[in-house]
Design a binder for this molecule. Structure first.
Ligand code: HEC
Length: 336
């Protein structure tokens, strides 16, 4: 179905389910009544939840899943000159139906809704933790991230902390439950073995654990004073490490920032791209205070990597907004 847009593919997926009820299958009655060309369906009625459930687990996209929608009905005898089912499948989370069109093309239909149960060992199916995962871990992404991962127990521990920091609406107890469940259900698999190569080069790694678990530290920045700064995106903070003493200090950002790339200015202050907050932020390293520069255009919602040019102008990329931005720290705010 490469030629159909993603949105259209979805609704056809739903419409197909509606038409595949036995009465509608062509060939079962000598003169089948023409099925209606449009049908009203609900994509995910089971996501409806009472107020308590909503209160505990959040509303998420439940209303969207439960909204009745009018969709095109796929007429197997007419679409693409007539479709012949050739097989069904779907590993793990989705149901898949393959059909061959008279036009010689293969068409694949995939269910809109996903059921992660099929990806689990049978004895763990239908557990409470599974429901927690399905309810809370599908708000921002689908469960492919979980199913396709290869994580040790420590990795899972860290990942769930990270997702909690990112906004997964789970309590500490639920996080514990989810961790246990993920560790048991998705254990670490074999990885390619590293090859050890003889040579004159000796390297040594020192590892420092940052104070806040699950903060997803990235974009380490070495500054002229010998410090290493990092952005703890999922915990909304910047951090500073003195590699000589191992001392670390974190600087929580007072508004939602989701800091990404970092750069230092000539006075040693640290600037970041506020990827989730739609701003550029500056940490004054002397006072520990932040100054926030919101984007002038709401479409520039996710500033990413900042860089200073020789004239002291800050340039930055805006990841999905698709802009390059310019900020003059002397005259004020950013411009696109
Ligand atoms: C508030 C949004 C949000 C929620 C809710 C959420 N995640 Fe994520 N998840 C993310 C983001 C953002 C990424 C990072 C994508 C990237 O790598 O850029 C991610 C990536 C992942 C990854 C792949 C990256 C890695 O480190 O392996 C896994 C696994 C994952 N999430 C698991 C979960 C689980 C389990 C839950 C439920 C406890 C969950 N997520 C809930 C936002 C969320």
């Amino acid at each position: 179905m490469a030629q159909l847009s993603r949105a259209r593919r979805r609704w056809i997926g739903v419409g197909l389910a509606a038409v595949l009820t036995p009465a509608a299958l062509p060939g079962q009655t000598p003169t089948p009544a023409r099925p209606a060309t449009r049908q009203t369906v609900v994509a995910g009625d089971h996501y409806q939840a009472g107020w308590l459930h909503r209160l505990l687990l959040g509303a998420h996209y439940r209303d969207l899943w439960a909204t009745p929608l009018e969709v095109d009905v796929l007429d197997l005898s007419r679409f693409a000159g007539g479709l012949t089912p050739t097989g069904c499948g779907g590993r793990r989370q989705t149901k898949v139906l393959r059909l061959l069109g008279k036009d010689g093309r293969q068409y694949v239909f995939r269910s809109v809704d996903k059921d992660p149960t099929l990806a689990l060992p049978p004895d763990l199916r239908a557990t409470f933790a599974k429901k927690l995962v399905q309810d809370n871990c599908t708000i921002c992404h689908n469960l492919r991230n979980v199913v396709l991962s290869n994580k040790s127990a420590d990795d899972w521990d860290n990942t769930v902390d990270m997702m909690k920091n990112a906004g997964a609406p789970i309590t500490a107890d639920q996080a514990k439950e989810i961790k246990q469940y993920l560790i048991a259900s998705f254990p670490e698999g074999p990885r390619p073995k590293p090859a050890v190569i003889d040579g004159p080069i000796k390297v040594k790694f020192d590892i420092w654990n940052v104070p806040t678990p699950g903060s997803r530290p990235h974009d380490p920045l070495a500054t002229p004073d010998g410090a290493i700064w990092w952005s703890g995106q999922f915990a909304n903070r910047l951090g500073r490490l003195d590699p000589k003493t191992g001392e670390m200090k974190e600087y929580p950002i007072p508004v939602l920032g989701g800091p990404h790339g970092l750069i230092n200015d000539k006075d040693g202050n640290i600037w970041y791209g506020g990827n989730w907050g739609g701003h550029i932020g500056k940490l004054d390293v002397k006072t520990g205070e932040y100054k926030i520069y919101p984007m002038p255009d709401p479409k520039a919602k996710d500033p990413h990597t900042p860089l200073f040019d020789r004239d002291g102008i800050l340039w930055f990329s805006v990841q999905n907004g698709g802009f390059m931005g310019r900020l003059d720290p002397v005259s004020g705010g950013p411009r696109r």
